[in-house]
Write a protein that binds this ligand. Sequence first.
Ligand SMILES: Cc1cc2nc3c(=O)[nH]c(=O)nc-3n(C[C@H](O)[C@H](O)[C@H](O)COP(=O)(O)OP(=O)(O)OC[C@H]3O[C@@H](n4cnc5c(N)ncnc54)[C@H](O)[C@@H]3O)c2cc1C
Length: 519
Amino acid sequence: MANGWQVQEATEFDDGTVLEADVVIIGTGAGGGTSAEILAQAGLKVLMLEEGPLKSSNDFKMDEREAYSDLYQESAGRMSKDGAMSILQGRCVGGTTVVNWTSSFRTPDQTLDYWASEFDVKGLSKTDMAPWFERMEQRLNISDWQVPANENNAVLSRGCTQLGYDWKVIPRNVAGCWNLGYCGTGCPTNAKQSMLVTTIPAALEMRSQLIYSARAERLIIEGNKVLGVDVTALDARYQPSGKRIVVKAPHIVMACGGINGPALLKRSNAPDPQQRVGKRTFLHPVAFNFARFDRTIDPYYGAPQSIYSDHFQWQNVDGPVGYKLEVPPLQPGLASVLLLGHGAHHFDDMSHLPNTHSMIALLRDGFHPQSQGGTVELASDGSPIIDYQVNDYLWDGFKRAFLSMAEIEFAAGAKAVRASHLDARWSTSWQQAKKDISQLEFRLNAFMAGSAHVMGGLAMGEDLSQCVVDSNGKYHYLDNLYVFDGSVFPTSIGANPQLSIYGLVARQATQLAQQLKPV
Ligand SMILES: Cc1cc2nc3c(=O)[nH]c(=O)nc-3n(C[C@H](O)[C@H](O)[C@H](O)COP(=O)(O)OP(=O)(O)OC[C@H]3O[C@@H](n4cnc5c(N)ncnc54)[C@H](O)[C@@H]3O)c2cc1C
């Protein structure tokens, strides 16, 4: 910034200021950052709008309390409408890539094939996508994690090996990682190759502009065109400051991510003849399991996710729900929420944290008629609400996942295992766990699922009865509006989504850049 980058907080502008650019990008996460660099490289004047604050490694102090309120949507308190699902998403310059846990997977072939056959998605086969994944893997230094897994992750590989289940090492987007484990509070060493330290600085170096604490309130739509964006300047407490600015551009890229993107279109009364905006929002609903060991696990230290198992993920594509197994970090604040409960039991659970391991199962939603995902609605103040119901189809998956996780944990030497359900107790043998898990029932607010992977809501494809953007990310019903982020996925990915977004957006933004390149 000292070199003269154009970076401003929205409140620095006078109320009513009008700004102009060749392309305005709303949101600076995986999709926004990738688009900004590519469009700026093509010589276009890019203006990035971000509703969150600008924070950097100077501010990232491995402090959960500050990080959750500064860097996450709704201060990490975002929930589904009925409270059954806790949803983590970033809200800062760099978006969710600033707080994510660095796992980097290509889109599974099964998912790309399913999109082509069920949603008439064109041009995104495995072969079409390979060069784009390769390009972004190089750009973000993605490769298998070479350091031995921490104890928390080693439980997964050890248990799977014992049982003959598949497991693999996770590729990560890091350069010179210190193996601290606090990726979720922002990387204090700049090792994580988030948009904050890669594509956004590159775009700024090419004379792009970034305005932060700037919430896109609505798109200004006339006929088939978006003329610009009406922006609310937010104050230090992330509340409207009373100032508004307008950004005009001939081309608009929405990269606000799932939930917020559909909400912006709804606030803008964007044309949506089939009423599909906000539908098919997927979350990879996550079930958590905990295991106690008689040795130290220290689950808060070391690369958060370094081992995964897809053993239960692709046994079929469109039958009973499949799930990916991974291992989350357990910093004390996060652990205290996930462990559920209160009082003496909770105190006891937290006292055992150094000996506690956790495993997660990420359910692959969206591949079955009984898995239609959630719907984004607007609250009376225009903010988004996600209605996502846990039904019998998902509950069956959660119960199978609890069993798989407990079996693996006992095989790895766990002394006791517990599901994250208020009725669950610590089972001290695999036999006991099978019985205990079979008795668990879905009750609202007794079982809490989580999500850190918001996808869909603006489905991509040529089938107009289901989709609102085309296979290149252009909104079907407006001439100059593009959606370049994870909200376009017509199902969940079936793997952690960031590299799917980077690869897809690299392809789409490059196409747009070729169309718009100044002559
Ligand atoms: C704790 C955590 C861990 C994760 N770990 C992994 C992982 O290990 N691997 C992986 O692949 N994925 C992971 N993810 C998910 C991954 O980071 C996201 O899927 C990805 O970043 C989504 O990209 P996006 O471009 O769709 O949206 P985002 O990256 O969320 O970016 C959207 C941006 O738009 C801004 N915005 C929204 N609305 C507006 C508006 N109206 N006006 C202006 N700005 C707006 C938001 O503030 C945000 O900065 C994790 C997520 C979390 C929360």
